[in-house]
Design a protein around this ligand. Structure first.
Ligand SMILES: *[C@@H]1O[C@H](CO)[C@@H](O)[C@H](O)[C@H]1NC(C)=O
Length: 194
């Protein structure tokens, strides 16, 4: 798979536990999952609070939803209400990047519910792109530090060459001066010898 390109990610419900029910009169709640713009997925087994329901992922009502692109969906768990509008356990942004490397995503809301979602394609699709990003950063750091090292080496070499040149010039100047002095002395001797 090409990293960063998103393939369809099927989201199934692995387990759910509800900690409350919102209906006062009805004894058995009707719990459903819904992503905005999609169909209601009724969870026919979830009837009691404080009991953990686990699923295989191949139940008749699965999957819950499907990601076709690397984009979040506004989803939630709700309870049907006979008199007023439906009650909300929780509503949040379900994102492909929320799925850990084992493909799981646990959504917990205090006093309401704890649900575990599974999406194996999500972890395949989102995590390699993160890895690729990290690799890209490492490459950039390596390139920049190489360039800096080269600039440093060039600087040191140029500085050394300049220092050698200066030193040679100074030595030449001193040598010439010595010669000139020597000439003067010779000249003086020459005059005296004549
Ligand atoms: C939620 O459910 C998962 C799976 O059953 C469990 O591992 C986790 O500890 C639960 N979290 C809380 C806060 O109850």
């Amino acid at each position: 798979m090409i990293p960063g390109i998103f393939a369809a990610g099927v989201v199934t419900l692995e387990s759910i536990e509800i900690f409350t029910t919102h209906e006062l009169l009805s004894t058995t709640p009707t719990v459903y999952f819904l992503c905005q713009g999609e169909n209601k997925i009724i969870l026919p087994d979830v009837k009691k609070k404080s009991s953990l329901y686990t699923f295989k992922g191949e139940e008749s009502w699965q999957p819950l939803t499907e990601f076709s692109e690397n984009k979040c969906k506004r989803c939630g768990f709700y309870e049907k209400d006979t008199l007023k509008s439906d009650d909300v356990f929780d509503e949040w942004e379900l994102c492909p990047s929320d799925f850990k490397s084992d493909g799981r995503n646990i959504h917990f809301k205090d006093k309401e519910l704890n649900a575990t979602f599974l999406c194996l394609q999500c972890k395949d699709s989102t995590h390699p792109s993160e890895g690729a990003k990290e690799k890209k950063n490492v490459v950039v750091v390596v390139i920049i530090s190489s360039i800096l090292s080269i600039i440093c080496i060039i600087g040191v070499v140029a500085g050394y060459k300049y220092w050698r040149k200066r030193k040679r010039q100074q030595e030449q100047a001193r040598f010439l001066k010595l010669f000139e002095e020597g000439d003067e002395i010779e000249d003086e001797f020459g005059i005296e010898n004549v």
